[in-house]
Each structure stands twice: as C-alpha cells, then as structure tokens.
Design a protein around this ligand. Sequence first.
Ligand code: UD1
Length: 423
Amino acid sequence: MDTIHIRGGNRLNGSIQISGAKNAALPLLTAALLTGEPLRLGNVPRLTDIRTLTKLLGVLGTVITRASDDHADTLTLTTPEILSTTAPYEIVSQIRASFWVLGPLLTRCHYARVSLPGGCAIGARPVDLYIKGLQKMGAEIDLVDGYVVANAPGGLKGAVIRSPMVSVGATHTLMMAATLADGETVLENAAREPEVTDLAHCLVAMGAKITGIGTSTLRIEGVEKLHGATYNVIADRIEAGTYAIAAAMTGGDVTLEGVEGETFEAALSVLRAAGAEVETPQGSVRVMRNGARLQATDVVTQVFPGFPTDLQAQFMALMTMAEGESEITETIFENRFMHVQELARFGADISLHGDKALVRGVEVLKGAPVMASDLRASAALIIAALAAEGETIINRVYHLDRGFERIEAKLSACGAEIWREKA
Ligand code: UD1
C-alpha cells in the first residue's frame, strides 16, 4: 500500500486551486439516472469516490464520456434506459453516496433494489430517514438480505415529509425522487448544505420545479420528464477549509483560488478567532498567520451554516499546537474521534469525554508513523505532520485519495516537503 511522507516545519506560501466538491459531484452524478438525455457535468474532481460511483452508474445503464483539462474532468452522462434496478453490495458498500441512486431509480422505474451502504466508519449511519420519506411518498419498502427493496406501483406521490433530523443524503435522495413524482412534495427540515443547493440548481436546469432552494423547506412539484443540462460542480468547501487550516497551522500565507468564503464562513470565523488573518475577495480566500501563536478556540459541529463536521478532525489538529485548552464538540456523528489516538502519536494532548474532545495545546509536535482511519481524519494527520518536527509516514492513504485531489502536488507547490512512496 502507498504511504505519504512529510518532513514538517515549512510554512505554506502560495496559491492552491480548489477542486470541484466531491460531495456535490456525487449526487449530481446520480441525477443522470433521472433522464434519458445527456447530463454534462463540468469541474468534476478526479477522486476514487467519483470512479466508484461512475462504475455503479455504468452497471445501471449510464453511458459516460470524459473530457479532461489541467484542473478537472467534464463528464457527459447519458442514461437512455435503466438496464438494471439493482445497486449491488460490492459497490454500494464502498461508498455511502451510491445508496442515493435509490431515489432516481425508484422514481423513474417505480422499483429499486439497493444494497445498504458503507462509507467512512464514523458512526452507525442508519438510513431510516430515507425509508420513512419514501414510504410517505407511497413506496412499499422491505429489507431483504441486506438490500432495500422499494416498490412504487403507479409511481411515487407527492407528500409532506418532515424530517426529525437534518440529513444531507436523505435530502438529496428525496429531492431527486420528488422531481418525477405525481404532485407536490414538501421537504421540511431539509439540509441546506451548499451541496444540496448545488443539486437543486442542477435539477432545475434539467426541468425540475423546485422552490425554497437554500432554505430548510424545499417544495418540489413533480414533472412528467426531465431533460439534459450542462452544469458545473461547485468548489469544494471542505478541501478549501482543510488548506485554510494547514496555512494557519504552518504560519503561512495561502490563497485558495476558485472558492467563495461564504460556503465555509463558520470555519473561517473560527480561524480568525484562533489568530489567523482571513481575506475573502470574490472568488478566492486568503489565509495568513504571522508569527503569533495560535489561540485555543472552542468549536461545536453543526449542520450548515454551522461549523462542518467534515472539518472537525482538521481543526483538532490545529488546536493541538494552540495556546490553552480548546473544547471540540461533535454533534453530527457519534464516533468521529478516531483521529484522536493518531494525533497523540505526534505528542498531542487530547482527552475524550463523550461527544467532546478536550485539546490542551503543546508547543511542539514530533513526526511519527500514523494510520489514516477515515477520509477527513487523514487530512488532520497531514496538517499535524506539516507542523511537526521530523518525518511523518502516513499509512492507509487510500482514504485520502477518496476525497482530496492531488494533495501532495498542491501542498508541495506551496513549499511543503511531502511525497508519496508507491508500494
Ligand atoms: C454527508 C456527507 C458527509 C458529511 C455529512 C454531514 C457526502 C457524500 N457525505 O453524509 O461528508 O459529514 O453529510 O454533513 O455528501 N442519519 C440518520 N438516519 C438517516 C440518515 C442520517 O440517523 O436515515 C444521521 C446520521 O447517522 C448522522 C446525521 O444523520 O448522525 C447526519 O448524517 P447525513 O447528513 O445523512 O450524512 P451523509 O449524507 O451520510
């Protein structure tokens, strides 16, 4: 297996082009199942999660062509007909977002059989909200041999669905299902994450009737058919937030190109509180820290527009070197602290108390061999390693390749000493 090596201590200086958002590209790809006409998606990042989902779409009947430039891929996805209504375990177990094909398959074919999902092991991650929502729209759902088997003879019907908690994936799935349902669907307490808004805008470009976009109440009036469209994936706010934290960690000066600060304002304001300077001109974000030690800052993860859970591990890495004690509370996933024991290998002082981590800042981190446990946790290890004395070796880097495009190249261009050793 490949390893990533980092010799820490260099400040990051320069600019980084932010890639298209993995978490926006994934639902946008599944939207290709909703129409027989071509959906052309630009700014698609080159990541293993994207490749895994396109493999699944191929099995279901989507024909995909790819054009590449220096920064991204443009994928044209055409699904003249659905060839299979089964999303098999072998693929869905690798990536949770592939479960989202349930919505488009069911609304287009009135039947779907989708394996229960996998993905990062950061909590129990049930699918009850998806199932209850689709049942409200008239689907009959059974669990058979680890598969969700959904039937909607005569098609899905519009319904008012109030979710007891905010779920990004359930909102994606139910919104897509509602586009071709009979009548109006109202999704109350819907997710407002920028990736949900991106999917809604793309669906509208495909002919869907959706109002309330960007709010927690989405109204979707079903239409007979959707058509093709051309759409560009938004920039990855989590990738941008990760590099912003890396810049603050190393005391550098980095401009993140192609991303709007408003998509991760909560993270930027916490960085300001911790002692970084942040500028947000249109279309880029500049993060600097000059000399002064980082200050301990508390953080509570929340749904958008709050501080994202997907930056919690990276922010914890930053706080390991801050002055004072910071309390980090994880409210979204119950088991998202697997990076704690790996950060301890660098000499970080962190104790866990239920959903809270108490981080006591230390003056020096020391490089160490560490293990990536999940996607965002691997980014936290990179951040710690960039500031640590000596060399760090990160194992299980396939987690990183799922969600961070060309991370070594982007960081080395800013002065980091980072390289990959192939197994
Ligand atoms: C998506 C993101 C992930 C991010 C998360 C929260 C993608 C590919 N993944 O994951 O990076 O961390 O949003 O912003 O976009 N839940 C239930 N029942 C359900 C569905 C969810 O209890 O049926 C719970 C989950 O266990 C979790 C919480 O709701 O505790 C939020 O999960 P959700 O928003 O659904 O996350 P994902 O869509 O899986």
